[in-house]
Each structure stands twice: as C-alpha cells, then as structure tokens.
Design a protein around this ligand. Structure first.
Ligand SMILES: Nc1ncnc2c1ncn2[C@@H]1O[C@H](COP(=O)(O)OP(=O)(O)O)[C@@H](O)[C@H]1O
Ligand SMILES: Nc1nc2c(ncn2[C@H]2C[C@H](O)[C@@H](COP(=O)(O)O)O2)c(=O)[nH]1
Length: 237
C-alpha cells in the first residue's frame, strides 16, 4: 500500500474512532476556597466508571521550580495576570482530557477561573490590557474549546465557614488570604451560580449547603450521586 493510500486509511480509522468516542457526562464541582470541593470530589473516586480530575494546585505551586500560587498571593498586582494565564491553560487541559469513562468529575473549571478574573478586575489588580487578554482567552475557550459541561454542583458555603476551614487546612500560600477576600469571592460565585446575573452559566446548577458538617455532606453526596448516575450505575471499585 503506497504512502497516500496508507494516510487515507489512517485518517478514515481516526475519524471512525473519534465518531465512536462519546464525551463523558461532565460535572464541575464549584465553590469558594475551602468550601469542601476536594472533600466532596473524593467520594466519586470509589466509582470505576468515573474520571475524577482535581484542581491542579500542585502544578501551580511548582511551575518549573517556581511557586506561582505563592507569588500571586504575596504580590497580586505583579503576578495575578501571570497566575491566571497558567490557571486558564491547566484548567483547559483538564476540560479537554480525553476520558473513555462515561462520567468525568472536575474540581472547578475554566468557567470559575472567570470568577477570580472578575475579582481581580474589581480590585484593580490587572492592567486594562491584561483584562482584555484574559477575557479574550475566556471567550475563545467558551466558543471554540471542547469544554462542554452537563452539571455544575455549587457548594455554597458561608465566608466565615470557609475562612475557618482554610485556616484549619493551613496551606502556607493562603496565610495572607483575608476574610474580606473570601467574602468578595463568595459574592461573585453567588452572582454567577446562585442569582445567575454575571456571566455564562454553562449547565444546570445544583446548589448544596456546604456549611453542613462532614457527616451531613455524605448524605448530600448520596442525593447528588443518584441525580448524576441514576440508581443503577453506581458500581464501586
Ligand atoms: N463539610 C465539612 N465540614 C467540616 N470541615 C470540612 C468540610 N468539608 C471540608 N472540610 C475541611 O475543610 C478544609 C477544606 O476542605 P477542601 O475539601 O480542601 O475544600 P476546597 O477543595 O473547596 O478548598 C479541609 O481541611 C477539609 O478537611
Ligand atoms: N487567583 C486565582 N486563584 C485561584 C484560582 N483557582 C484557584 N485559586 C486558588 C484559590 C486557592 O488558594 C487555591 C486552590 O483553591 P481551593 O478552592 O481548592 O482551595 O488556588 C483562579 O482561577 N485564580
């Protein structure tokens, strides 16, 4: 078989494989810092038909040896744009991760990084041109990238509760994070997902009370699980 024939054959094979690939039912777990997303996400790991993609915080803490998360918090005016650019890339990589599982659960999304951009705008941490670039990136992703989402689970947790949890977790980079900052992020998440008055809401939103204790959140997960999987699909590892 000559080169051209081989190429045509390979293209046909690739096309038919792509046609067979059915995008997983995709869920994004959203909420403020410390709202309980990672903890909630961990419940999904027991299912062998689900890809669970945690927020790539460790990537942000080590970008070729640089802790970009720490730089962003210590000098937000200088590093917010740089950090946000990398967040956008790493979240896009998770959205476009090709999983053959029927379900994909993501922690946060390209959509929620827009909440942080909004806060940076309001706090004047970005030059006008930086806002244009970040919003152009966001708009391009919405229009062109394969980031379809089928459900958003919003862990709606009070600022004072997330502040206490964040302090208890004691991530070193977050030692400078104030209650005021968390209140600002809470309000923007509410505008986006609760009141839906801010920007694109890409899927139906399931609002859960993230203030509940760990035991009560297990019950919340059980209810949420049945809405995502239906009763039959919850095979455990
Ligand atoms: N429902 C809850 N009740 C009490 N503590 C919680 C609850 N959910 C999470 N935590 C704790 O709060 C901290 C932040 O939780 P985490 O799941 O990491 O939140 P996020 O991923 O939204 O930042 C962790 O120390 C975690 O153990
Ligand atoms: N400036 C931004 N910070 C972000 C963004 N996404 C996450 N983060 C920060 C918030 C936390 O300090 C840490 C991890 O988030 P958790 O909610 O899991 O604690 O990363 C963003 O888009 N911009």
């Amino acid at each position: 078989m000559n080169v051209i024939a081989k190429t045509v054959f390979m293209l046909k094979m690739t096309t038919s494989i792509c046609k067979m690939y059915k995008r997983p039912f995709t869920v994004c777990i959203e909420g403020n810092i410390g709202s309980g997303k990672t903890t909630f996400l961990s419940h999904f790991k027991e299912f062998n038909n689900t890809t669970v993609l945690q927020e790539p915080v460790e990537l942000w803490r080590n970008v070729g040896g640089t802790n970009l998360l720490e730089l962003m918090y210590t000098d937000p005016k200088r590093y917010s744009f740089l950090f946000q650019s990398y967040v956008q890339l790493t979240m896009l990589q998770l959205h476009t991760y090709k999983s053959l599982m029927p379900y994909k659960i993501m922690e946060r999304s390209v959509f929620s990084s827009r909440c942080f951009i909004e806060n940076m705008k309001r706090k004047k941490l970005l030059h006008d041109v930086e806002v244009v670039i970040l919003e152009d990136w966001y708009d391009w992703c919405i229009e062109n990238a394969d980031i379809e989402t089928d459900l958003i689970v919003y862990l709606r947790t009070s600022p004072d509760v997330v502040y206490h949890r964040m302090k208890t977790r004691a991530r070193k980079e977050e030692s400078l994070v104030s209650l005021e900052y968390l209140k600002q992020l809470h309000n923007i998440h509410d505008e986006w997902l609760y009141y839906q008055t801010l920007f694109t809401v890409p899927a139906p939103v399931l609002v859960l009370d993230g203030n509940k204790n760990l035991e009560e959140m297990v019950k919340e997960f059980e209810n949420c699980k049945d809405q995502i999987y239906g009763k039959k699909e919850t095979e455990k590892n």
